[in-house]
Design a protein around this ligand. Structure first.
Ligand code: AVJ
Length: 321
């Protein structure tokens, strides 16, 4: 490698380890048990997620990409952004549409992807630095709920939070996150927010319970992470993948269901699972357009524009701080 390592590491190994232990202790001793979705994304989990985005049932990635393909030029003109920051950037694959448009528009100097997955960031920063010569690429390994104060400051920033990842936060966490993001920004900076929309459960549920079983493997991967990182002894294949639509809270809930009674040791915990016991591993909230406006307004953003794909599956909203 001739170029300098473009990653700024804010999530040190021991930091990550401490956060994982805390989450596991809190979540696995709660009733019902739960685990936060960010621990899905080790190298294997990030690959499985990329595989999910190519599944026929998983429409959000394709729908959002079609919006960005149609609107990236308009977004570049409206924002005139010098710095593009991407939260939860993963592979940054769809972000290339924004990078292309902002580069053509001529305003962009720096791209700052932030993600918890070191492996995904190493790959994406290297790929993007190679594809966009002249662009400064500064990857940040971090948690978007904790490291907003580490974002670069100054000069017409556009923060992209795509993929519907905001839906993985609980409503109260979303409000806290959006308010923190607003206060990390200067008036006039921009937020481009991707949100999946409420729709027929006949479309929603298969997107989180695909026929090929990739989402099931992705879900079970969190147990593999706990086994490897904490020396837990989960019998991973004894847990079934469950995806349910909650029409009142308007979110998809992913769970892992113990197929038989089990005893699991993790940290200093000795856990008993009953047959059929479920633990929650992710929520993925779906929005009505008015919900997005209300949540952005409550955090101090002004709505500027919203676009959806031709089938009305997914929304991309541009708001200003
Ligand atoms: C990328 C986090 C938004 O919630 O749809 C995909 C993750 N989980 N299938 C989502 C996910 C199950 C995805 N996000």
């Amino acid at each position: 490698r001739v170029t300098a390592d473009p990653l700024e590491i804010y999530l040190e190994e021991r930091d990550l380890d401490r956060a994982l232990r805390e989450d596991v202790r809190t979540g696995l001793t709660a009733v019902p048990r739960w685990l936060p979705p960010k621990w899905f994304y080790d190298a294997r989990g990030s690959e499985l997620f990329e595989e999910i985005t190519r599944l026929p049932e998983y429409y959000p990635t394709r729908a959002e990409r079609s919006v960005l393909a149609a609107r990236a030029g308009e977004i570049a003109r409206l924002t005139d952004a010098k710095t593009l920051i991407e939260l939860g950037s993963g592979s940054s694959e769809k972000t290339r549409l924004l990078l292309d448009a902002l580069t053509a528009h001529g305003s962009l100097g720096t791209f700052v992807p932030l993600d918890v997955s070191v492996s995904a960031l190493r790959q994406s920063t290297a790929d993007i630095a190679a594809a966009y010569p002249g662009l400064r690429v500064r990857g940040i390994v971090g948690d978007f709920t904790r490291h907003l104060d580490r974002l670069p400051t100054g000069g017409r920033r556009l923060v992209a939070f795509l993929g519907g990842t905001i839906g993985n936060l609980l409503p109260a966490e979303r409000a806290t996150f959006l308010a923190a993001l607003r206060s990390a920004l200067e008036r006039g900076d921009w937020l481009l927010l991707g949100t999946d929309l409420v729709k027929d459960p006949g479309v929603l549920v298969p997107a989180y319970d695909d026929a090929a079983g990739v989402t099931a493997e992705f879900n079970r991967n969190v147990l593999r992470v706990l086994n490897r990182e904490l020396g837990a002894d989960f019998d991973v294949d004894a847990f079934d993948h469950v995806a349910v639509w909650d029409p009142d809270r308007r979110w998809i809930e992913m769970r892992l269901r113990a197929r038989q009674p089990m005893r699991v040791r993790v940290l200093d915990l000795d856990l008993t699972f009953a047959a059929g016991e479920e633990m929650r591993t992710e929520i993925s909230a779906k929005f009505r357009p008015a919900d997005v406006d209300a949540e952005l307004a409550a955090a101090g953003f002004t709505g500027q524009a919203r676009w959806t794909d031709d089938d009305g599956l997914f929304a991309v909203t541009l708001a200003q701080a």
